[in-house]
Design a protein around this ligand. Structure first.
Ligand code: TXA
Ligand code: MG
Length: 360
């Protein structure tokens, strides 16, 4: 996918007050800004500007059926956006209670809620869906930028932003990873969470359908809502989409992929065996995994590159390091990358999800 879109070298500024003010003017004028969030960097445009949104799709090479997430500065702005009121009550009693509970538990933060689409959000942003993904990011730069845009435009500050990678490629967790064309990138440092937000659709029956695994763990959702009220349907999106009619359109494809071919294996023994075979065949190979403690011995005849996402096996640290490690391996001119799955708990689920899609 990524061959079609040229890699750009956009202008980058440290995200101080004047830079944020400039970025807000760019957005208000219909331009695009690389925006730091606590999950990954976004390619931001003014959410109410369909022409700017069209540029986001074009510059990312993103298919028009894959909707963008709308970011607002606070939960009450999300309510204003989708229900025209300071609270969510107009959504009806069943939804309003659930949405309020999720907002209180996880906003600002790495949770996107799929909610009824208001008229103010142009159809191109939601890819023609009757719903809109809404998130309140926790990163102070994102919050300031969105608030500044709201002041400039005299409406609820709202920024539509997909991850700022070329479509299908590895997401950016640092300013220097942003290589799609835009008018300015605000450098707000490395992203603390490092994987994208969890996308949840609150349902009328009081359950929350998890459409994409991400920075808010399934365990945390279960703690907030009760285990019986959380249904994960992202793990095998392709099958579930057909059977449930629920889907996050962006999750069904090969995604998060480095340009170097990547393979996912179950454990360290399989990693070393696969790397050994690759290197015996004369191919340069890199390994990605977690909790090795010490660097695994290089496979026979190779000068293999290893990325240990967390030497102590900490899944939060591993998530924060994931995309930067994938970018480094991808830049190393390897013939193949072999990744080792991490434990399927907490943020490990989101990490494995990304590794699986990257190695399709
Ligand atoms: O953490 C994040 O979510 C980052 C930062 C920048 O906020 N954004 C991000 O955006 O990952 P993107 O466009 O790369 O992924 C958005 C995901 C896609 O899988 C898309 O299909 C889904 O959210 N999505 C957006 N709106 C939706 C909707 N109305 N219904 C179902 N899925 C939706
Ligand atoms: Mg993305």
């Amino acid at each position: 996918m990524d061959g079609d879109v040229e890699r750009a070298e956009p202008r980058v500024l440290a995200a101080d007050e004047p830079a944020i003010a400039e970025a807000a003017s760019i957005l208000a004028a219909g331009g695009l800004v690389g925006m730091p969030t606590e999950t990954v960097y976004g390619l931001a445009c003014h959410a109410f500007d369909p022409r700017a949104a069209a540029k986001v799709f074009a510059n990312k090479g993103r298919p028009s059926f894959d909707p963008l997430i709308v970011h607002v500065a606070k939960a009450s702005d999300a309510a204003t956006l989708v229900s025209g009121s300071r609270g969510f009550a107009p959504l009806g009693p069943a939804l309003a209670g659930l949405v309020t509970r999720l907002a209180e538990a996880f906003w600002p933060g790495a949770l996107t809620m799929v909610l009824p689409k208001p008229d103010a959000v142009p159809g191109i942003v939601t890819a023609g869906l009757e719903t809109v993904g809404v998130r309140v990011p926790a990163h102070p730069v994102a919050q300031s930028l969105i608030a500044a845009l709201g002041e400039r435009t005299g409406t609820t500050g709202a920024v539509a932003a997909p991850s700022a990678n070329v479509f299908g490629g590895v997401s950016p967790s640092r300013a220097e990873h942003v290589r799609v064309a835009c008018d300015l990138v605000l450098d707000g440092g490395p992203c603390a969470t490092g994987v994208e937000s969890t996308v949840v659709r609150p349902m009328e029956d009081g359950t929350a359908a998890v459409l994409r695994l991400g920075g808010v763990s399934v365990e945390a959702l279960a703690e907030a809502l009760g285990e019986a009220n959380v249904r994960v349907i992202s793990a095998s999106a392709d099958d579930h989409e057909a059977s449930t009619g629920l889907a996050s359109p962006g999750t069904t494809l090969r995604h998060y992929a480095p340009r170097t071919p990547m393979r996912l294996v179950a454990d360290r023994a399989a990693l070393l065996a696969t790397m050994g075979a690759e290197s015996s065949a004369g191919r340069r190979v890199g390994g990605l995994g977690m909790g090795w403690g010490s660097r695994p011995a290089s496979p026979r005849g190779g000068d293999a590159l290893f990325e240990d996402l967390s030497t102590t096996g900490d899944l939060t640290e591993a998530a924060a390091n994931l995309f930067a490690a994938m970018h480094r391996l991808d830049a190393a001119g390897l013939d193949a990358i072999v990744a080792q799955a991490v434990p399927e708990i907490g943020l490990g689920r989101a990490i494995n999800d990304r590794l699986r899609r990257a190695s399709r």
